[in-house]
Design a protein around this ligand. Sequence first.
Ligand code: SF4
Length: 407
Amino acid sequence: MADDTNPPHRPETFTKAPIVPFDPDATPHRPVRAAMPGEEPPQGLRVDDLGAAGESEPNIRVALLAEPFNDPFVSGSVRCIACAHRCVLRPSRVGICGVRQNRGGVLYTLVYGQAVASQAEPIEKKPFFHFLPGSSAYSVATRGCNFHCSYCQNWEISQAHRKGRVPESRYVAPETAVEAAVAAGVRSIAYTYVEPTIFLEYALDTMTRARAAGLRNVFVTNGYESPEALDLLVPNLDAANVDLKAANDDFYRHVCGALSEPVRDTIVAMHQRGVWVELTTLIIPGLNDDRRDLAAMAEWIATAVGPETPWHLTRFQPAYRLSGLSETSAATLVGAASIAREVGLRHVYVGNAPEVEAAATFCSRCGERLIDRSNFAVTEWRLVEGRCPSCGHALAGVGLEAAPVGL
Ligand code: SF4
């Protein structure tokens, strides 16, 4: 493994956050080890790992989804139940995500409205190919993450609390984010770049305001939401692109610091509760590109969520702790897509690989070409009221009735 640095080039890719500057005057905090699932209780971070923060700051709010924890050794412990880690936090400790803290027996979020990124982008870049194609989404993100993926291309913001860096941020109230989204002419707000469950309170307040303004809400997520968090989110959540990172727990444990089963449970729960779901797998050479594993993932998708579920297979580009690995070869990506189609998945896409990009949508019944895309934009639209012009089959997805503006 190489140093924790990005390669010199920074190609534009799916879900890549904009460059976020760092605050040179901020007190760097000491790197800490992430707690692994199964360790009891998770160690969390220390209060002085956080940098300066005061109770009067608008980003610090009482958190949702906390419950008292009867710790026989330390009174005042709480359990956060926002994600599947279910961290137990002793007084002053912070959870694995680095942004939820026990202060005096009460769980607080430290990043309410504390945006490190907010901008309008094509929804194809999230990526969503079957949800409001050709529209723009307004991306919102804070720092922190409940995973610590060794290849994270957004590690400067997701792992800032572990790396002694403080990304610059600004307070963007939920109503301000929605106003900016409406002014930008988008059709949805995307909670993205880091795991949005960790800023649940900010996301929920923004989601309800977005719905009232006629916008949709989409999550770009690792799928580690707890059932309790899903209960809060689903009423205002329209779509989710969930990372299905690998076929087995080995990868999830050692590369991401998590487990695979909660992710699969979330995917199924979202699908069953009417959230439009697309899946993404970043194919990393030697780590999750085994042909049998890919076939097993495809079979699971077809069985658990259905063969019309879009699956985005994307190229790994060296980043963070895996800067020393090679990018995914074109042959591996093409082979992975072939496996998925042979298993029976109908909408398999290859991304971040211009020479073999597979970004067109075909009719799952007759094979007619329905939507063409190039560089995150829809370039051709042949659907007629959401249906194939040849055989009349309805394309799976949301917002497919009319062509994007300008086509
Ligand atoms: S959101 Fe997840 S990682 Fe963060 S404190 Fe809660 S349970 Fe722990």
